[in-house]
Design a protein around this ligand. Structure first.
Ligand SMILES: Nc1ncnc2c1ncn2[C@@H]1O[C@H](COP(=O)(O)OP(=O)(O)OP(=O)(O)O)[C@@H](O)[C@H]1O
Ligand SMILES: [Mg+2]
Length: 232
């Protein structure tokens, strides 16, 4: 007789593996670390910022640790930390380093995982390889963070086109900042990509407010329903 009863452990592990996403953005400083903290905290996920450019203020891993307030063990060490806050290809050259792609393989965790990219999609990692090429190699679905305000239609639709051209699976958009009456709707109309969240401007950025928003915006259910629709 075959085993007709699903193995719960296996099902849980499959679900956890579905919550593995790359958080990318239409630009640098667009809110990727804040939104990563939001997802890491909400999903109790691992976090990895493979390439960090700039160490003068805090690194993204340090910011995330404070904001998501998760166990440090869940923050995977960067593969590269460059001194200057520049595009990775140039920051690496200044530090006399070269990115070896063998160090950019995804960490093998059987759990939710959030990977935060460097800068925007077309940022070079080396003189002949872009951030978006690495996203393609990873093969994880992406969440695209974009701003809510003027300029987002152009930047976001261009970013979506670049991702789709490479057959990169876009899970959805996080529209970040002051609520805009028309932009989220227009982005969906042109792209058919769902908006996972309209993430408001937060006068106080802290984990408590992230928790409130996680519930208010019903993020986990939205993720599950998008994943089910797309059958990722
Ligand atoms: N919705 C928001 N409300 C309040 N502050 C925000 C919001 N979104 C982003 N910020 C602030 O804007 C700044 C830039 O955001 P963040 O560091 O998340 O950008 P990033 O895309 O990760 O940048 P980088 O390209 O350097 O990784 C941070 O100080 C962050 O707290
Ligand atoms: Mg960041």
């Amino acid at each position: 007789m075959g085993n007709y009863y699903p193995n719960n452990e296996k099902i849980m592990s499959n679900i956890n593996n579905k919550f593995q996403f790359v958080i990318c953005g239409t630009d640098t400083d667009i809110g990727k670390t804040l939104i990563s903290s939001f997802f890491v905290r909400g999903l109790n996920a691992f976090y990895w910022k493979p390439i960090q450019s700039g160490i003068e203020n805090s690194t993204d891993s340090q910011t995330l640790e404070k904001l998501a307030r998760i166990n440090k063990a869940k923050i995977i060490n960067e593969a590269y930390v460059f001194t200057k806050p520049l595009s990775p290809h140039w920051a690496a050259e200044i530090d006399q380093k070269t990115i070896d792609f063998n160090f950019l393989h995804l960490p093998k965790v059987n759990a939710p995982l959030i990977v935060e990219t460097a800068g925007g999609l077309m940022v070079p990692l080396t003189r002949n390889f872009l951030q978006i090429d690495q996203i393609k190699k990873w093969g994880l679905p992406v969440i695209l963070v974009c701003k809510s305000s003027l300029g987002t239609l152009n930047h976001t639709l261009l970013s979506i086109e670049a991702l789709q051209k490479r057959n990169i699976n876009i899970l959805g958009l996080v529209v970040n900042g002051e609520k805009h009456l028309d932009n989220p709707k227009t982005l969906v109309e042109f792209s058919r990509i769902p908006v996972i969240a309209e993430f408001p401007y937060l006068p106080k950025v802290d984990s408590n407010n992230l928790d409130i928003l996680w519930k208010e915006l019903n993020i986990k259910n939205k993720l599950v329903s998008i994943l089910n629709t797309k059958a990722i």
